[in-house]
Write a protein that binds this ligand. Structure first.
Ligand SMILES: Nc1ncnc2c1ncn2[C@@H]1O[C@H](COP(=O)(O)OP(=O)(O)OP(=O)(O)O)[C@@H](O)[C@H]1O
Length: 470
């Protein structure tokens, strides 16, 4: 992968990775001399690992490259020296020279922290995590001469782990089970995802627990073909944006999408990302997308995206680059990833979403999740009675016009304490308490979004709602 960049003559590259040792092993390619520098060992030849120049000073190391044709200097942790003006200057002075002699500076860094003065010279590349074949190699290395078979299922399952994490997980599986048991790897992966602080495995919702929303369900079911063996001719769906008032089942539908596709569900916690420092949030977002890529397939669920992405410049509330960086990376990744992913993003307030997010082609569809129609309310009542053991009669379908799924659920719960009549009397639905907002959102959706709800009775439903909400 690095070869194309070197052939194209990029003189300064930044390889983002948490695995500097693996980077040294996998990044080499024919046609260049690869050397590595760090501030403790100086400059080493990667063939044989001998120190060829005892240069510890970063400025001297950078200048070493000026006189080294066809050399790639892999500089470890150079970003830690960017506070020194001479380091920045040496790179600025060197880039044209390196380009002319076919050399390049290849920074190995866990984070994107390039000073403004150098931004335009550096090109960022992610070091992909080990693939299935590499995972099998790791298994072979661990077993050595022992008579233990490698396990391809486990190797595939381990994708998303770094080499170090995979080694540890495989060794742990051997100690615990005597084989490369897939269950151990699943546990380790779950922990790893949680440890990242950004993502969590989430239990997919059963499709039977989602009342109505059949237009959305159909849409997803029809697109699922693109992810099958016969799906090569179809453009791969990338994501669906669900907009609507709170409690209408946007999150629930996102969770059920994982059941429809039979994929793991990963929740990406954008709030946790936002609190990071400038540069740090982009690094963590890159790390998250790299792990997702390595999973191969997953539904990525992101709640209330408008809150998370409301700091980009175009939203008028810039936070100095924190959000813009992670947002930009996320959108690029979404467009370019070759993994089978479907992003399910939910939003209550679309006016806060940056326009880049909404532009055509970004999401395969924007769905408006409206208040449930009579048929949907009937289904939701049945679901809630089953779930909570309540006894809301189906005759309540009409009385619950204007109530969201979440409100019908609350009614089911309250009725167990207060009796159905009292519980109903005490409940004020959002469509009444926030009438203007609900109407505004509907107005917005009329021309800009598809309707996620079950189409049955829509004419009637619209009429009733206008009367009630107007
Ligand atoms: N269509 C539905 N079918 C079944 N249950 C529903 C439906 N809509 C809402 N619910 C119930 O209400 C709960 C809350 O809904 P959910 O969190 O999915 O709404 P939301 O639209 O994502 O709300 P928010 O915008 O506040 O995140 C669900 O967990 C579910 O129990």
């Amino acid at each position: 992968m690095i070869r194309n960049y070197l052939k194209a003559g990029y003189p300064a590259l930044c390889l983002l990775t948490q695995e500097p040792h693996r980077a040294e092993q996998v990044i080499r390619c024919e046609g260049w001399r690869f050397v590595a520098w760090d501030c403790v060992r100086g400059i080493r030849d990667l063939e044989g690992g001998v120190v060829i120049d005892d240069i510890r000073d970063p400025v001297e190391a950078i200048r070493w490259l000026d006189a080294a044709p066809d050399a790639i200097l892999m500089a470890h942790n150079l970003h830690l020296f960017f506070e020194i003006p001479e380091v920045v200057q040496a790179i600025q002075n060197g880039v044209n020279r390196w380009k002319s002699i076919g050399s390049a500076l290849l920074m190995i860094s866990p984070s994107v922290r390039i000073p403004q003065e150098l931004e335009k010279f550096f090109h960022l590349i992610d070091l992909p995590l080990p693939d299935t074949a590499a995972m099998l190699d790791i298994q072979r290395e661990i077993t050595g001469d022992l008579d233990i078979a490698t396990n391809e299922t486990t190797a595939r399952l381990a994708r998303g782990l770094t080499e170090f994490e995979a080694e540890t997980a495989f060794a742990y599986a051997l100690v615990k089970k005597g084989t490369f048991a897939p269950s151990v790897i699943s546990d380790v992966k779950g922990q790893m995802i949680r440890k990242s602080g950004l993502m969590q495995f989430w239990e997919p919702a059963a499709i039977e627990d989602v009342g109505g929303l059949s237009a959305l369900k159909d849409f997803i079911q029809r697109r699922a073909v693109a992810f099958t063996e016969n799906g090569a001719a179809f453009p791969r769906p990338k994501g669906i944006l669900l907009v609507g008032i709170p409690g209408t089942g946007k999150s629930l539908a996102s969770k059920a999408t994982a059941s429809i596709l039979g994929w793991p569900l990963i929740r990406l916690d954008l709030g946790a990302l936002k609190n990071s420092l400038v540069g740090e949030s982009e690094r963590r977002m890159r790390q998250a997308t790299r792990v997702i890529d390595a999973f191969g397939h997953a539904v990525i669920w992101m709640d209330e995206v408008e809150k998370a992405f409301a700091g980009t410049r175009s939203s008028g509330k810039s936070d100095g680059g924190t959000t813009a960086g992670m947002f930009g990376h996320f959108l690029t990744w979404m467009a370019e990833t070759t993994a089978s992913i479907l992003v399910m993003a939910t939003a209550n307030d679309i006016s806060k979403l940056p326009p880049e997010f909404m532009r055509a082609g970004r999401f395969d569809a924007t769905f408006f999740v409206d208040l449930p129609c009579p048929d949907e309310r009937r289904q939701i009542i049945e679901i809630m009675n089953r779930k909570w053991g309540s006894d809301i009669p189906l005759a309540y379908t009409d009385r619950l016009n204007g109530y969201t799924g979440a409100e019908i659920e609350q009614l089911a719960k309250d009725s167990l304490y207060d009796g159905l009549d009292d519980a109903f009397r005490n409940m004020v639905p959002l469509s009444r308490s926030m009438k203007e907002e609900v109407n505004g959102l509907r107005e917005w959706a009329r021309t800009r979004a598809r309707i996620a709800n079950t189409p049955e009775d829509r004419g009637v439903q619209r009429k009733i709602r206008r009367e009630e909400v107007a």
